[in-house]
Ligand binder design. Structure first.
Ligand code: RP5
Length: 162
């Protein structure tokens, strides 16, 4: 089995329908990853252990999604120097603005690269992780460039009626 270089973590099973989009893009780009449910509030010991072991286990980027009082990405960033990309999960009560504010306003010294709310954020988190890894991996850089070129080519120049 290939060693995971990206850790995709999320606060709850209910985050998976969003976070699976980060996994999908990493599958497309051939980046090995692992997925875990790690809750800042419900499983704090699991969070601590995951953060403590991240460097030694060879993780290069952690993609962390959480909703509401979304403390998982920030707490993970406080526990490991592995770069953390945060995904604010869309919430029913406040639309995900609660998640966004919880993740984005980190104190100086412990950054979280915060993405957009919801699925777009999850996709972009996967792409951000791939982009970071591509700086050291020419084959991945080629695959990412091709993916970006395909996306650009799929955008029509002239709008059409429905
Ligand atoms: C957060 O609480 C999770 O990240 C999730 O987005 C939210 C709700 O969790 P569940 O009640 O659906 O398990 O910790």
């Amino acid at each position: 089995m290939t060693q995971a270089v990206v850790g995709i973590i999320m606060g709850s099973q209910s985050d998976w329908p969003t976070m699976r989009h980060a996994a999908d893009i990493l599958d497309t780009l051939g980046v090995p990853y692992e997925t875990r449910i790690v809750s800042a509030h419900r499983t704090p010991d699991r969070l601590w252990d995951y953060g403590r072991g991240a460097v030694a286990r060879g993780l290069k980027v952690i993609v962390a999604g959480a909703g509401g009082a979304a403390h998982l990405p920030g707490m993970m960033a406080s526990k490991t120097r592995v770069p953390v990309v945060g995904v604010p999960i869309q919430t029913k009560a406040l639309g995900g603005v609660d998640s966004l504010y919880s993740i984005v306003q980190m104190p100086r010294g412990f950054p979280v690269a915060t993405m957009a709310i919801g699925v777009a954020g999850a996709v972009n988190a996967g792409l951000m992780a791939a982009g970071i890894l591509a700086t050291q991996d020419p084959a991945l850089a080629e695959r990412l460039d091709a993916w970006r070129a395909d996306l650009a080519a799929s955008i029509p120049e002239v709008p059409e009626d429905d």
